[in-house]
Write a protein that binds this ligand. Structure first.
Ligand code: NAD
Ligand code: UD1
Length: 337
């Protein structure tokens, strides 16, 4: 089966590409490299010993997508491509709406034209806005607190409308919690541009000596040590969720949302401790003010993904930190030579 992987040079896409190749799928990757490097794909080839086609193309350009569908016998699509920085989406919202919405509209229009109706979409736990309680299940009310989150919510709505208009579609909306970690080879991982926004990439750079200390955003949340609680999921486990979702959309029709998390919540200080153990050195930190808009605790009810996809995670927070550190220490400048 040939699967088009959009955004396949990125963090989650590259880890998923490995598992697709290992499972015997043919893949075609499309990415405009706006937030990634082609080197990640060379490393995917190195890890798997398998080759695949790569198109450096922008999904905002519909003709480029059409060309890919003409040249390949695509049967399903996993759609990772999108811009994902929350803060940036607040400063340049039009770019986020333009990129994330137009790419998805173009992709779905071309899929419809070629009668390919199996789609796995990268949504996010951000669509739950400020959840009223935890764990969060898929039936919780949806809302957005920033333009990035709104693009995810809008795309989910678009895809629900699409299915309502044509029941031949089969769509999985995967709501990721907090993906971290890296492939155990240490060859691929997350390669943020500039100063990282998210916790673990930031800690990784503190551990590697590129940043002086971690700013912990508040210790007065109603959590066990006062710092924010999140559901961190190893990117390799998360990649496995895409294989399960692909099997689901290949064998049934409909549109369903699934939480992909572990169901466990860890505080910032617990992550600091696990990372410090993984890298064998102290992670200096200072408590600073809360980050505006942060929720105190966010973790998944994972029962639907378990029951309907047969998805469960195996890797621990310690594994996530060890693999993140292996990637960081082997590649202090990411994919840059
Ligand atoms: P990433 O930035 O590493 O990967 C996204 C890829 O899409 C990049 O390689 C980028 O170059 C590409 N891209 C962006 N716009 C494109 C366009 N118009 N045409 C072609 N390629 C384009 O991000 P990631 O962490 O791998 O995330 C993958 C998806 O999962 C994104 O949609 C993201 O919003 C979503 N998501 C990520 C997280 C997370 O914490 N990493 C959490 C929830 C959801
Ligand atoms: C971020 C995104 C969210 C996305 C999610 C998963 C923001 C505002 N939100 O949220 O849309 O769905 O990732 O990718 O970016 N922390 C610190 N110091 C830091 C960084 C983070 O203390 O330097 C704390 C945060 O306050 C939070 C926890 O660490 O309690 C995790 O933060 P982060 O990695 O940014 O993830 P989310 O807050 O879940």
């Amino acid at each position: 089966m040939a699967v088009l992987v959009t955004g396949g040079a990125g963090f989650i896409g590259s880890h998923t590409a490995i598992q697709l190749l290992e499972k015997g799928y043919d893949i075609i990757v499309v990415d405009n490299l706006v937030n990634s490097s082609v080197e990640s794909l060379n490393r995917v080839r190195r890890i798997t010993g398998k080759d695949f086609k790569f198109y450096e193309a922008d999904l905002v350009n519909k003709e480029e997508i059409r060309k890919i569908f003409i040249e390949n016998n695509i049967e399903a699509v996993i759609h990772f491509a999108g811009l994902k920085a929350v803060g940036e989406s607040v400063s340049i919202p039009l770019r986020y709406y333009h990129n994330n919405l137009l790419s998805t509209l173009n992709l779905c229009e071309v899929m419809e034209e070629f009668n390919i109706k199996k789609l796995v979409f990268s949504s996010s736990a951000t669509v739950y806005g400020n959840p009223s309680s935890v764990p969060i299940s898929e039936v919780f009310p949806l809302s957005a607190t920033n333009p990035y989150g709104r693009t995810k919510l809008m795309i989910e709505d678009i895809l629900r409308d699409l299915y309502a208009s044509d029941n031949d579609w089969s769509i999985a909306l995967l709501r990721y919690f907090n993906p971290i970690g890296a492939h155990s080879s240490g060859l691929i991982g997350e390669d943020p541009k500039g100063i990282p926004n998210n916790l673990v990439p930031y800690i990784a750079q503190v551990a590697g000596g590129k940043l002086d200390y971690l700013k912990v955003f508040g210790n007065t949340h109603p959590t066990k040590d006062g710092t924010g609680v999140r559901d961190y999921i190893h990117v390799v486990d998360l990649a496995g969720g895409h294989i399960k979702a692909l099997e689901k959309v290949s064998t049934s029709k409909g549109i369903e949302a699934y939480n992909l998390g572990t169901g466990n919540g860890y505080t910032v200080l617990e992550v600091v401790e696990a990372y410090s153990k993984a890298c064998g050195r102290e992670i200096p930190y200072k408590i600073v003010d809360n980050r505006p808009g942060d929720v105190a605790a966010c973790f998944a009810d994972t029962s639907k993904a378990k029951e309907e996809l047969g998805f469960s995670t195996t890797l621990t927070l310690q594994d996530m930190c060890m693999d993140s550190w292996k990637w960081q220490s082997n590649n202090p400048n990411g994919y840059e030579k």
